[in-house]
Design a protein around this ligand. Structure first.
Ligand SMILES: *[C@@H]1O[C@H](CO)[C@@H](O)[C@H](O)[C@H]1NC(C)=O
Ligand SMILES: *[C@@H]1O[C@H](CO)[C@@H](O)[C@H](O)[C@H]1NC(C)=O
Length: 296
């Protein structure tokens, strides 16, 4: 092997990995990608998606966030704050971000962008010529969303016990007036087990993997799931992509259409042949969609 080839290979080796957070080029570096799981789920559900994104040039700028309300009695505010801490780290450095949510995680990313600059409306530089960090896109995978009406008129928002799937279990429930503390997913294991409600596409291909993920589920805090949203990002302020799952048993077409059909709602609709948790059943397709919407 001659020296030219050796040097070319070395050059490729050292220039091929895109800059990490330490030394990024403020204008040409890719946005950071923050991944937020749904109720009952932990950040590890994004491990495969995270690896694929790192290999695709997002090394050092992909983070999956554990929601405080999963496995504890923390509030919706605690969830939003946990995400905001990570968002602010990048935004303060002038780095753009893409927010990815799954199911309830979409309500968290929606609340978290209140008062945050949007790449669709805010110029990239402030008056002093400093690069601003902005939100490029919000991607809602199988989103379980607040309606605009519930933010404008919070008194219209029903208790989650009246609108949730019948397999949600609210505990304690020992009396009609009991105030629940936790929500579980095992209220009807006979006809609605989680490998059907969450992981049906994964279970067709790999039942053992679906079982493994059932074993990773935790309870969620009732206060977090029953909270009222404070902000709706999908009325034109931000670019919001709703990714519906063709085989999603938890958010059926009537439900996701009811979000998209609201007056004033502005979504880009993508449809994936996935179940409720496509980061596990369709990680390559999820990554393709995320990468496509890192560009404005
Ligand atoms: C759940 O939320 C609804 C609507 O905001 C509220 O009226 C209700 O009191 C909440 N339930 C509990 C047990 O806190
Ligand atoms: C990629 O994003 C653009 C908008 O930036 C959209 O028009 C296009 O349909 C998307 N393509 C895919 C394959 O998601």
């Amino acid at each position: 092997m001659n020296l030219v080839i050796v040097f070319s290979l070395l050059f490729l080796l050292f220039s091929g990995g895109r800059a990490g957070i330490v030394s990024f080029d403020r204008d040409n570096s890719p946005p950071a990608i923050l991944l937020v799981p749904g109720a009952f789920h932990q950040a590890v559900v994004y491990d495969t998606v995270g690896h694929l994104l790192k290999n695709a040039g997002y090394n050092g700028v992909v983070e999956a966030i554990n929601l405080p309300s999963v496995g504890s009695l923390a509030s919706r505010d605690d969830d939003v704050k946990a995400l905001r801490r990570v968002m602010d780290k990048y935004l303060d450095l002038g780095r753009d971000i893409v927010l990815v949510g799954n199911s309830y995680g979409c309500t968290v990313i929606g609340d978290a962008v209140l008062n945050i600059p949007s790449a669709t409306t805010t110029p990239p530089y402030d008056e002093e010529g400093r690069r601003r960090g902005r939100v490029v896109s919000l991607l809602y995978f199988s989103g379980y969303l607040p309606y605009t009406e519930q933010v404008v008129h919070p008194e219209t928002k029903p208790d989650i016990r009246l609108v949730s799937p019948k397999w949600f279990a609210f505990l304690p429930n020992d009396s009609p007036s009991a105030i629940p503390k936790t929500v579980r997913w095992d209220g009807d294991l006979q006809s609605s087990p989680p490998d059907k409600e969450f992981y049906n596409v994964l279970a067709q291909r790999n039942p053992a993997a679906a079982n493994y993920w059932v074993g990773q589920l935790r309870y969620s805090s009732f206060a977090a799931l029953n909270a009222t949203a404070r902000y709706i990002p999908y009325n034109g302020d931000f670019r919001v992509i709703y990714v519906a799952g063709k085989q999603d048993n938890s958010v059926p077409p009537e439900l996701w259409h009811s979000y998209l059909d609201q007056p004033g709602a502005k979504f880009i609709l993508e449809v994936l042949d996935g179940d409720h948790v496509p980061m596990l059943s369709r990680p390559e397709e999820v990554v393709k969609l995320i990468i496509n919407y890192t560009k404005l």
